[in-house]
Design a binder for this molecule. Structure first.
Ligand code: C2E
Ligand code: MG
Ligand code: MG
Ligand code: MG
Length: 294
């Protein structure tokens, strides 16, 4: 058995290293099987317009139901999938499933946008072209307008493979999809650098949203991001809003969209449909306004 071989291959290492290596090899093997057996599913987290509390879109977030280890969050496997190239078939599947669900909601009269996360590896050279081709084919197949899809990328991705990324992102934008910068503020890019890329929105990382109420310097940083974003005509999405106080502050600071447990956790496609259909009858997140003065 492969597991047995893995053990023997590394017996010259220290026990701790042996464990780490063995676990990693096992994870890779399980992940390869997961792709073949299709053990993934998507959850969707609403993105809300802060001016009227309406859901304008959702972000597709992958989960893995591993038969031996149970539910696996993306932070536990996406990076490994990238390193061994599995992110390509996984990423293609995410596009297919997300657009399939979006098409079903659209048929039910629900007109929202779909945000899909893209990894660095999917952006590079040949992979980038394949990504664009696959996305384009799937949009056609499900008869979804490109304007209904956002692609989320991280700052670090732009910094690593700038030219290749620029190419792929221009193609994505050229098709009519929008490009969002995810986890903004955790990388090292500047907004002036970002203006060279075809970016429609900035998602402010939840670590800032979390500390904005406690730390004046973090609040100032958010304010600066918002102001620069606005001057570049970009939308601002506050990530990870968990409380009413955070909702009110982000709104007061000028973020136009919000996402977080306060509005909704990531939920399955059926729950999402019900959530939106019940929206009119439901109490919206706080409509109070506060003034942000600094
Ligand atoms: P992300 O794109 O920044 O997604 C937001 C993450 O924050 C999600 O974690 C979401 O569940 C979590 N979150 C949302 N609101 C709150 C909140 O109010 N409080 C807290 N504490 N957390 C909140 P999740 O689903 O575990 O995903 C983690 C990361 O994995 C994502 O971060 C994204 O970078 C990556 N990922 C997820 N799905 C995919 C995918 O299909 N493809 C790729 N390449 N990456 C993905
Ligand atoms: Mg994201
Ligand atoms: Mg994020
Ligand atoms: Mg994140």
């Amino acid at each position: 058995q492969a597991k047995q071989e893995g053990r023997n291959r590394f017996k010259c290492f220290t026990p701790a290293m042996d464990t780490v290596m063995r676990e990693r090899i096992e994870l890779e093997e399980r992940l390869r099987k997961a792709v073949v057996r299709n053990e993934f599913f998507l959850h969707y987290q609403p993105i809300v317009d802060m001016s009227n509390s309406k859901v304008t879109g959702v972000e597709a977030l992958i989960r893995w139901q591993d038969p031996t280890h149970g539910l696996m969050a993306p932070d536990r496997f996406i990076q490994v999938a990238e390193e061994i190239g599995l992110i390509i078939p996984i990423g293609n599947w995410v596009i297919e499933q997300a657009l399939k669900d979006l098409a079903e909601w659209r048929n039910a009269g629900i007109d929202i946008k779909m945000s899909i996360n893209m990894s660095g590896r999917q952006c590079q050279q040949k992979q980038g072209r394949k990504f664009v081709e696959h996305l384009s084919n799937q949009l056609g197949y499900y008869q979804i307008p490109a304007q209904s899809v956002n692609i989320e990328i991280t700052e670090s991705m732009l910094m690593q493979d700038t030219d290749e990324c620029m190419n792929t992102l221009n193609c994505i934008r050229g098709m009519g999809c929008e490009v969002y910068i995810d986890d903004f503020g955790t990388g090292y890019s500047s907004l002036s650098y970002l203006k060279n890329f075809p970016i429609s929105a900035i998602k402010i990382d939840r670590s800032f949203v979390d500390s904005a109420l406690k730390s004046q310097s973090d609040a100032n940083l958010i304010k600066a991001i918002v102001m620069m974003g606005q001057s570049l005509k970009m939308d601002l999405v506050a990530e990870g809003i968990e409380t009413e106080a955070q909702w009110l502050l982000m709104k007061a600071m000028g973020c136009n969209y919000g996402q977080g447990y306060y509005m909704s956790k990531p939920i399955c496609a059926t729950e999402l449909k019900a959530f939106i259909q019940s929206q009119t009858s439901q109490q919206p997140p706080s409509n109070k306004t506060v003034k942000y003065t600094h």
